[in-house]
Design a protein around this ligand. Structure first.
Ligand SMILES: [Zn+2]
Length: 62
């Protein structure tokens, strides 16, 4: 079993700067949820300010 909490991979790939709710780039996107997966790292969901306000999303806290 490999640990999936690799800090190197938290800042790579799509994520920050991308809103998963309107599915577009955003300068205000923050991490709001992490979907646990059976294998591999959890899927991180980011939402921009307007989407967070609309859906009443709150920034994800570990
Ligand atoms: Zn958005």
């Amino acid at each position: 079993m490999r640990k999936t909490t690799d800090p190197v991979h938290t800042h790579t790939g799509p994520g920050l700067g991308w809103c998963h709710w309107h599915k577009g780039p955003s300068g205000t996107a923050v991490l709001v949820d992490v979907i646990e997966q059976g294998s591999g790292p959890g899927r991180q969901l980011y939402a921009c300010a307007p989407c967070r306000e609309q859906r009443r999303l709150t920034p994800y806290c570990e």
